[in-house]
Design a protein. Structure first.
Length: 168
C-alpha cells in the first residue's frame, strides 16, 4: 500500500519468507519529491530490486532526477540532472550486518528515503557550474559577464616573474 507521506517506505515482509534468490521490483516515478528537508528532486524515476539472500535482503536500484543548484561563478539557478545506483544489505541479524550497519526492522518495513538521499547527495557536484564556459561575475561591479561585458578589466596580480615580461 502506497503512503503519500512516506513514498519510499516499503513492506518487504513477504520477501523474507521466499526462497533465497527471489527478487521483487519496486518502481518509483514522481514529478516532484523531497528526500529529507533539504533535497527536492523533479522528474524522479527509479526501480529498487529487493532480493532474498541467506544473510538478509539486498536492495539494488537505479535512480534519476533533477534538482536546482546555484552556479558558483555567476550565482544563476539551474537544473542539474542526477543519476545514481544503490546496493545495500538489510541484514536479518547482527552477525550478518555489513559495513553500512543496517538491520531489517522487526515490522519488515524499510524506508529507502534516507538511503536515496545519501546516495543522491554524493552525485551533487561540489562546485556546480551551469556551463563549463561560465564567465562568472565582474569582481568590480557584479555584472553577470555571461549576459554582458561591463568593460572592467582586472589587473593581473604581480608575480615574481612579471619583471621578465618587460625584458621580452
Amino acid at each position: 500500500m502506497f503512503n503519500p507521506k512516506k513514498p519510499f517506505r516499503l513492506n518487504v515482509g513477504f520477501i523474507i519468507h521466499e526462497e533465497v534468490g527471489y527478487t521483487h521490483e519496486f518502481p518509483f516515478e514522481f514529478d516532484q519529491v523531497w528526500l529529507g528537508d533539504d533535497l527536492e528532486l523533479k522528474k524522479f524515476t527509479g526501480v529498487a530490486d529487493i532480493g532474498r539472500t541467506p544473510q538478509g535482503l539486498i536492495v539494488q536500484g537505479n535512480f534519476s532526477g533533477e534538482t536546482i543548484l546555484e552556479c558558483v561563478r555567476c550565482l544563476r539557478a539551474f537544473h542539474q540532472p542526477l543519476t545514481w545506483q544503490i546496493t545495500e544489505l538489510y541484514a536479518f541479524n547482527k552477525k550478518s550486518v555489513s559495513e553500512s550497519g543496517m538491520l531489517l526492522p522487526e515490522d519488515a518495513q524499510i524506508d529507502l528515503q534516507p538511503l536515496l538521499r545519501e546516495y543522491a547527495f554524493l552525485e551533487v557536484p561540489i562546485n556546480p557550474l551551469h556551463s563549463m564556459d561560465c564567465l562568472g561575475l565582474c569582481p568590480v561591479c557584479g555584472q553577470d559577464l555571461n549576459v554582458r561585458d561591463c568593460g572592467h578589466r582586472t589587473e593581473e596580480p604581480e608575480s615574481p616573474l612579471s619583471k621578465l615580461k618587460s625584458l621580452l
